[in-house]
Design a binder for this molecule. Structure first.
Ligand SMILES: C[S@@+](CC[C@H](N)C(=O)[O-])C[C@H]1O[C@@H](n2cnc3c(N)ncnc32)[C@H](O)[C@@H]1O
Length: 364
């Protein structure tokens, strides 16, 4: 179904509904998720986009509901266009259900969903979360399973990967929030934006997940590069990822690389501080840096080495948010890179980033 039809469907549904959110009243409700502790910055991003907004925390520091003085379609489009840094996931609330009685709430959700004919026969991801104090006392997975069972008449194919539609249910303390959306409207097609990767046997560090997530989030074609510089490489999670993608890797770190990598034929290890190394001009077409260090010093170190990145080359760096003003810090760091011929392609706090964000840049 194309986008305009989708919004028309939602619009018609809502005209018939009693408890549903009514879009044409220029009020949109979204359930919003950020990394733990970063919800205030996601709220600030929305405030900058929409001016004033009404917002209530549902999981402290992490999940909140906003009411925006605009339609759902407009709100979503403005957020998608802005590509926020801290706001990780959204879903549009199409129905609010009183949540005190879990059985009644469940039945209302089922009866709403069974009437959505456009879901019939499609690939659907059912994403359920709950907050503390919810009347749903079992785990959210059990609620998802029961919901899927009851939705059998719609003959949907339930899937986690590449769904056509996402049914979202957030069972908060007093209210259950229900959403139906196309996955590209949610900023991420994972439940709450929490993208999971399987830990592999012999995996060197969890840091590898950050690069895997950056690959998905920004669509970075890692296997199209040939020669990478990895700054702050030890113990080697990122280097091993790049080696798996077939790249030649130069790893710079005074600390030790994992022993499984030491004799890799495509890896050159430079056991030095990044401020002490010298390379040829335009030697690399990819530069990555995950130094968990003072961000301004990291930016200086990396910009000093940018001569070794060929024009058109890509850089992926993590920026530690060691400050109470992360938004200002991120903008300062972006400024430093922009003044060094780097064009920002993406800036995002990924699910696998802790107190940091990831920058994706291309040198011009
Ligand atoms: C978070 S770890 C990197 C993890 C790595 N990306 C992985 O996937 O395994 C940060 C590394 O940065 C290195 N580091 C810190 N300052 C550095 C500097 N000035 N030059 C080179 N490496 C540095 C540390 O020694 C540490 O090994």
């Amino acid at each position: 179904m194309d986008q305009s039809n989708f919004w028309r469907v939602i619009h018609l549904d809502e005209q018939n509904a009693v408890n549903e959110q009514v879009n044409e009243q220029h009020s949109a409700k979204l359930i919003c998720t950020a990394n733990h502790g970063f919800a205030p910055y996601a709220q600030e991003e929305l405030r900058r986009l929409f001016g004033s907004l009404k917002s209530t925390m549902l999981i402290p520091g992490e999940v909140f509901i906003v009411t925006l003085a605009t339609t759902l379609q407009e709100a979503t489009e403005r957020i998608l266009e802005k590509a926020p840094i801290f706001l990780r996931h959204i879903f549009p609330v199409v129905m609010e259900i009183p949540g005190a009685d879990k059985d009644q709430a469940f039945e209302q959700a089922v009866s709403y969903l069974l009437k959505r004919e456009y879901l019939e026969g499609s690939r659907v991801s059912v994403q359920v979360r709950k907050a503390e104090g919810s009347s749903w006392t079992e785990n959210p997975g059990a609620l998802r399973d029961q919901l899927q069972e009851r939705l059998a008449p719609l003959e949907m194919e339930f899937t986690v990967q590449d769904p056509e539609w996402v049914i979202s249910l957030f069972a908060a303390k007093d209210t259950w929030y229900l959403g139906v959306s196309q996955p590209d409207r949610n900023l991420s097609d994972w439940n709450g934006g929490a993208i999971r990767f399987q830990r592999e046997e012999g995996q060197i560090s969890r840091a590898k997940f950050k690069l895997l997530e950056a690959e998905k989030q920004f669509g970075i074609p890692f296997d199209s590069f040939r020669n990478a510089l990895d700054i702050g490489a030890a113990p080697g999670g990122w280097s091993s990822f790049l080696l798996e993608r077939g790249l030649q890797v130069t790893a710079v770190d005074p600390a030790k690389m994992h022993e499984s990598l030491i004799h890799h034929p495509n890896l050159r290890i430079v056991n030095k501080n990044a401020s002490e190394v010298k390379f040829k001009e335009s030697q690399f077409d990819l530069l990555v840096c995950d130094m968990s260090w003072s961000p301004k010093q990291m930016a200086r170190l990396v910009t000093d080495l940018l001569y070794s990145l060929a024009p058109g080359g890509t850089a992926v760096v993590t920026v530690k948010l060691l400050t109470k003003k992360p938004m200002a810090l991120v903008h300062d760091i972006i400024d430093i890179f922009e003044q060094s011929r780097m064009q920002i392609q993406g800036a995002k706090q990924l699910f696998h980033n802790r107190d940091e964000i990831t920058l994706y840049m291309i040198k011009y």
